[in-house]
Design a binder for this molecule. Structure first.
Ligand SMILES: O=C(O)CCC(=O)C(=O)O
Length: 266
């Protein structure tokens, strides 16, 4: 399985349309990959809150059109990062789009854990409520977005749904880069899954981005890690290692279920 993690900078001087063209051209260059993954909210930038309403689009909008075409042209499975989705009732969502190689929209995922506490997407967007897996022919994908990475119970749910490769599409700040790396490895180890975590580079809306997209194997070893700048991180892995790891070290079988705490502690 060959995966390409496209780590771009969200340059505020570039129009959203020209960024769509740019990202489409980067996806086309990955023809031959089995999976291409883009970061969270790359059309606007994850922290460019003032653009959310202005650039919100429906699931039939310009990003879907551009990314469907890029997936088709390249003949790849494409996790096209996320967009600010405007739903029919006007609610905004941080919604990830996954395309099959014929350009069909194979899945959408509305981010469940909204970031910002009392500002940003936490107040501007609705919360998704459905964990999403995708039956890629090589491996079952679990689809997650950025802040979700801090909530292990979501990943356990995805594992229960059959996920073997956990995708984290993000716009993670440099200030908490150590958490990013640590949590990506933790989610891989505890779930005995591959983790493909893709962030953005550069600075937008005054928030320096961590970059450092990372691919981790089911033993927690880092297969590849990007630097801080724009980069395409290419990684090859054998999805059969998930089953092999779970057989050799069957910790998932020792789970004790039913210990759930109240859903909100504060
Ligand atoms: O949890 C974090 O530190 C970063 C989360 C974030 O930036 C996001 O979800 O957009």
């Amino acid at each position: 399985m060959r995966a390409s993690l496209i780590q771009i900078a969200v340059n505020p001087d570039q129009s959203v349309n020209s960024r769509r063209e740019y990202v489409g051209s980067l996806v086309r260059e990955e023809a031959g990959a089995d999976l291409v993954v883009l970061p969270e909210l790359w059309p606007t930038g994850a922290f460019a809150y003032e653009l959310f309403a202005q650039e919100a689009e429906s699931l039939d909008g310009p990003t879907r059109e551009a990314m469907a075409k890029a997936a088709r042209d390249a003949g790849v499975w494409l996790h096209a990062g996320s967009i600010v989705e405007r739903a029919a009732d006007g609610t905004l969502y941080n919604t990830a789009l996954v395309f099959s190689p014929d350009g069909e929209l194979a899945a959408t995922y509305r981010k469940i854990h909204r970031f910002g506490f009392d500002k940003g997407e936490a107040v501007m967007m609705g919360a998704g409520g459905e964990p999403v897996t995708v039956a890629h022919p090589g491996t079952t994908l679990g689809v997650t977005t950025c802040y979700d990475l801090r909530f292990p119970e979501l990943y356990r749910t995805l594992v229960d749904q059959g996920a073997e490769t956990l995708i984290v599409s993000a716009g993670w700040p440099e200030r908490r880069r150590s958490h990013w790396t640590l949590l990506a490895q933790a989610r891989a180890v505890e779930n005995q899954c591959f983790v493909l975590a893709v962030g953005t580079a550069g600075t937008h809306a005054g928030v320096e981005q961590a970059g450092h997209s990372i691919a981790v194997d089911p033993w927690g070893e880092v297969l590849a890690e990007a630097g801080a700048g724009e980069e395409v991180l290419r990684v090859e892995f054998d999805p059969a290692r998930v089953a092999a790891t779970r057989e050799q070290f069957p910790a998932l079988k020792d789970r004790v279920l039913g210990l759930d705490a109240p859903s909100r502690l504060r």
